[in-house]
Design a protein around this ligand. Structure first.
Ligand code: SF4
Length: 417
């Protein structure tokens, strides 16, 4: 098509004007909200305080920049199936919900303490609940969910867990679970038959003392004997899950350099018991925690081998290989935000957003009158005031916003890699 010069000039001018207006509006919006633009390509390795790193730690980060990156789109849903738990870890976020009344004296939900919002208590989810079945069907149809992560509380305290796992796998979903290992022993054969494919075990230590240190210091209920019992239960659960063909991953947190020996023992434990280990930084101890993990890995002679990034959510993992061939993951949060909910967030303005947009979470709210849908979708465990009921979630632009974010993030990640 031929376009005359004056028309061409006008088109160019209009385009420039349009582009400038959009750019200007977005800058104005930032200024109004007071929130700096977040860069989803940035993780800890790009922001870590150099003065906290050893020379070997710095060299490790430089090598990490060049590893192959595997990028996949997020298609997962976290489901809080129960609140009950036999632990009372002092750092627990309890998936953002309040601890249910019978256990609320001991257990905590750390993010709720810092906000004004009181949150809600989450009930137990059952496979035969029609409302639940409808939510899962919608999640598959409208969000393309392929994978569910069962969380709690402690999911293995749910007496109908195999039925729940069986229902979710019958819907064609990959079923994974986060567990502390305390009550899994004796259940994994049935869970594997029902379709459970993978567990992430939160491990706190490899000695009774380390284990007990993560619990309230009341000296009685959570003392050394308690820790000894839980530690042996977790070992038995891990070996039983593996024996039944379930993939086992374990997560541990390193807060600062004083944790070095504990993490070294955990690395050894992972090697001896044959499970893969991921180190998480302590969200409450910022730069110190991140630098201490790099320094430790560098000291151990680790070599970065790959990175896995999930487009649409903040989670990513860098993998390192130790000289004995053992692989260690380091989970790294990216600066991903879901504008639909994050725009103007006061925590983001104050640099207190710990997790970024991590994906959606499904809860069943306790004490909802019969005949009303009790399901709630959470978009941020620090901002449970942003959680919305099923109706609002499915009909007010959330699925579209989530799918758009995933596609945009995927495109930007795959172009930049
Ligand atoms: S809503 Fe949550 S994820 Fe979003 S910016 Fe605020 S704290 Fe971060």
């Amino acid at each position: 098509m031929h376009v005359s010069q004056p028309i061409y000039d006008k088109l160019v001018w209009n385009f420039r004007f349009f582009y400038y207006t959009i750019w200007h509006m977005s800058k104005m919006q930032d200024a109004i909200e007071g929130v700096p633009r977040r860069d989803p390509n940035r993780t800890y390795k790009d922001t870590v305080d150099q003065s906290l790193l050893t020379e070997k730690g710095k060299a490790l980060i430089a090598l990490e920049q060049n590893v192959p990156v595997l990028t996949e789109r997020d298609a997962s849903l976290r489901i809080k199936v129960i609140d009950k738990c036999g632990h009372a870890c002092t750092f627990c976020h309890n998936e953002g919900t309040l601890v249910n009344t019978p256990q609320s004296r001991d257990r905590v939900s750390v993010f709720l303490q810092s906000g004004s919002y009181e949150g809600f208590q989450a009930g137990k989810i059952e496979a035969r609940d029609n409302y639940f079945r409808q939510e899962i069907q919608k999640a598959i149809d409208q969000l393309g969910i392929k994978e569910v992560h069962l969380t709690g509380g402690e999911p293995t305290q749910h007496e109908n867990l195999p039925e729940l796992v069986g229902f979710l796998s019958s819907m064609g979903l990959i079923v994974k679970m986060t567990t502390n290992g305390e009550t899994g022993k004796g259940k994994y054969a049935e869970l594997a038959r029902a379709g459970l494919q993978s567990i992430s075990v939160s491990i706190f230590g490899s000695t009774e003392e380390e284990y007990a240190a993560t619990q309230p210091a009341n000296g009685t209920r959570y003392g050394r004997r308690w820790a000894q019992h839980k530690l042996s239960q977790s070992r038995l659960a891990i070996s039983e899950a593996k024996a039944n063909g379930i993939e086992v991953k374990a997560n541990c947190v390193m807060s600062d350099a004083s944790h070095e020996d504990r993490i070294k023992r955990l690395i050894k434990r992972a090697y001896n018991e044959g499970f893969s280990l991921r180190i998480l930084n302590d969200l409450g101890n910022g730069q110190e925690s991140i630098a201490s993990i790099y320094n430790l890995l560098a000291d151990l002679g680790a070599e970065p081998i790959s990175r896995k990034v999930v487009a649409g959510v903040s989670g990513s993992v860098s993998y390192f290989r130790l000289p004995n061939g053992q692989e260690i993951g380091f989970k790294q949060i990216r600066e991903v935000r879901l504008d639909h909910v994050c725009n103007g967030c006061h925590l983001d303005k104050e640099n207190r957003c710990e997790e970024g947009y991590y994906g959606i979470r499904l809860y069943k709210k306790e004490n909802v009158p019969q005949g009303q849908n009790p399901y709630i979708y959470g978009v941020c465990i620090q901002r449970m005031d942003l959680a919305v009921g099923s109706d609002q979630f499915w009909n007010r632009g959330y699925p579209e916003a989530i799918l758009n974010l995933t596609e945009e993030d995927y495109a930007s990640l795959t172009q930049s890699n």
